[in-house]
Design a protein. Structure first.
Length: 338
């Protein structure tokens, strides 16, 4: 009976087009501003706490195809998440977490991953700065949301109406859940006050700087199988910390469409929202502590405490985030050393 059941499972997987033992990540890396393919982008994959650097960068059109079965043992691939990190000189590095629908199904194809140039944006025109000035964050603890694009107008309207409240609740609940005496201060959520294309990451960053934003978030998605909302979000941290290169993060959320009409949407959002915000707030707090005269070492130690608390919540699949936390902790240690 067991052998018959196993045969039926294999038959079902074959009919569904599931490749047994397959683990492939394929797609294209593009310039966020122009949409052109980017050659020479270095690729790193992290799964189950192990990292692998692809020996070949992206090709002439930005394309890549990675067979993970030759890079990781089978037990490492028995997970539902992986990180893909992209880096190229002159561009901001990016890390994206990919979530499979089930364990061991790490096959992602037709990905399009944008990279943003570090320089060359040209800043903002005076009229753009004037339009943003009334909405500038006073304390730098505001996250600005661009309108989400979904293939269902009704779902998009519902998500854009409800997401600010639920993101604020979910993120601030996460900040307060860090088991430290002085957790990070609560953040605010606002809609982007002017129109800007989410695909022009360089311009979005310029707007975020002008707004003194903590981060700018954008996203798009659709309705899968008629009942499930799938949304991919870009979390762009705005503050810079000299000597520490923070990455842009992508967050993939998936929840039933009827969740948009309930008060529990925040419970369906990934914990990565809170984790990304911890990183962003830490950069802000470190900058403010170092700029104080005299240097605010007590604030630096408080920041170290909540970063350590965040790191304790992470697992083997979160290696890319742990690396970012470790870089911030190293910077704090440099500043508090006698």
């Amino acid at each position: 009976m067991t052998r018959v059941l196993a045969w039926l499972i294999v038959l079902w997987m074959t009919q569904q087009g599931v490749a047994l033992g397959a683990a492939t990540v394929a797609g294209r890396v593009v310039d966020a501003a122009s949409g052109d393919g980017l050659a020479g982008v270095a690729l790193r994959i992290e799964v189950s706490g192990s990292a692998w650097d692809s020996p070949a960068p992206t090709g002439p059109g930005g394309g890549f195809s990675l067979d993970l079965t030759s890079a990781f043992p089978a037990d490492a691939l028995d997970t539902d998440a992986l990180f893909i990190s992209l880096s190229k000189p002159g561009f901001r590095p990016v890390t994206r977490i990919m979530r499979a629908q089930r364990r061991g199904a790490l096959t992602f194809t037709r990905l399009e991953l944008p990279l943003t140039r570090v320089a060359g944006g040209g800043g903002l025109a005076p009229d753009e700065r004037a339009a943003l000035a009334p909405f500038k964050s006073v304390d730098g603890r505001t996250l600005f949301l661009l309108p989400y694009e979904l293939d269902s107008e009704a779902a998009a309207n519902s998500l854009n109406r409800r997401l600010p409240f639920h993101l604020k609740r979910g993120i601030n609940t996460h900040l307060q859940s860090l088991q430290v005496d002085n957790p990070p201060e609560a953040i605010g959520i606002e809609r982007m006050p002017v129109k800007v294309s989410a695909t022009n990451t360089e311009k979005v960053r310029d707007y975020g700087v002008a707004l003194n934003a903590l981060a700018v978030v954008s996203g798009q998605g659709g309705i899968a199988e008629g009942t499930t909302v799938e949304v991919a979000s870009e979390y762009l941290i705005i503050p810079d910390l000299p000597g520490v290169q923070l990455r842009s993060f992508y967050v993939d959320d998936r929840f039933p469409e009827n969740t948009l009409r309930s008060g529990k949407l925040f419970e369906r959002l990934q914990a990565l929202w809170g984790g990304n915000t911890v990183l962003a707030v830490a950069v802000l707090d470190i900058n403010q502590a170092v700029a104080a005269r005299p240097k605010d070492t007590a604030a630096l130690k408080r920041t170290r405490a909540y970063l350590l608390a965040q790191r304790r919540q992470l697992g083997p699949a979160d290696g890319a985030v742990v690396a970012q936390i470790n870089a911030l902790l190293a910077r704090i240690d440099e500043e508090v050393a006698p």
